[in-house]
Ligand binder design. Structure first.
Ligand code: 2AM
Ligand code: CA
Ligand code: CA
Ligand code: CA
Length: 257
């Protein structure tokens, strides 16, 4: 992997994220068009589509032989992680974006032969960029330390509402064992909290674009990222994902049914 090329791409991605951020903040106050996808709880806006098309165009200009996986379908169709694979979530937390105008993120990552090499989560409203490159993780330009390897019973646990309500995988027992549960409605914002050590972990049913950028950073920080069965993520399937400190990850796997 060419370090200079990655450094150059890092600068470009950061500038594209700022353009996508501006688009989101401007549109939310004037011309937001909201549609439903699979259900009334599954929304898409013109900003999700515009931002994804923008990233796809920029990536094709800069890395023409790569494959692109984007939530809104402007990328490519494939099922192998061979070569350069860019993964885009143009607005993560679309429901929050529409209803709260806060707590949403823009996420981009690059995997090379299945290994995460670049990962970006931009907390749009706070303009806080978390990014992983060369095995290190930064909040804006500040290097982040590894979070403490804490136990489940001394940590706040991030979850998704449907899993907790349905008690899928014995989720309510995991919730009770933790110090408390937090549900933010954006995988990206939840993963930022895990990266910062505010949450001991996070469990949600996720698509590759929900976890791709966060995974790069979590693994660099010594956190464990697997499926809820403890298996490796393949980054092309939809999975129930478990991210946690090393110790809590083991404790949670023991509670999963
Ligand atoms: P999204 O906003 O990019 O769709 C809470 O809804 C979190 O789960 C968000 O990060 C959301 O990402 C993600 N998510 C994944 N699948 C979803 C679905 N079918 N409906 C709503 N949110 C989904
Ligand atoms: Ca969506
Ligand atoms: Ca998402
Ligand atoms: Ca999205």
């Amino acid at each position: 992997m060419n370090k200079d090329w990655l450094k150059m791409m890092d600068e470009k991605i950061q500038s594209w994220l700022q353009i996508a951020r501006k688009n989101a903040l401007e549109s939310v106050n004037k011309d937001l068009k909201v549609d439903t996808k699979t259900s009334r709880k599954d929304l898409v806006t013109n900003v999700d589509k515009d931002n994804e098309q923008f990233f796809v165009r920029k990536i094709r200009e800069n890395d023409p032989n790569s494959k692109i996986l984007g939530e809104e379908g402007f990328g490519d169709k494939f099922n192998s992680m061979e070569g350069h694979v860019w993964i885009i979530d143009p607005i993560d937390g679309t429901m929050n974006f529409v209803k709260e105008r806060n707590y949403f993120a823009i996420m981009v990552s690059l995997y090379v032969d299945g290994k995460g090499v670049l990962g970006y989560i931009l907390d749009v409203v706070n303009n806080d960029l978390y990014h992983g490159i060369f095995g290190k993780v930064y909040r804006n330009n500040e290097l982040l330390n590894k979070p403490d390897d804490i136990h489940l019973d001394y940590g706040l646990m991030g979850m998704s509402a449907p899993l907790l309500i349905e008690n899928a995988y014995n989720m309510q027992t995991i919730a009770k064992q933790s110090e408390g549960v937090r549900i933010y409605g954006s995988a990206g914002i939840q993963l930022i909290s895990v990266i910062k050590g505010e949450l001991v972990g996070y469990i949600s049913h996720l698509k590759p674009w929900d976890i791709a950028a966060g995974r790069v950073m979590c693994e660099s920080l010594g956190l464990t990222v697997t499926t809820i069965d403890g298996n490796k993520l393949d980054m092309v399937s939809s999975e129930t994902v478990l991210v946690a400190t090393k110790i809590a990850h083991k404790e949670i796997l023991d509670l999963v049914k």
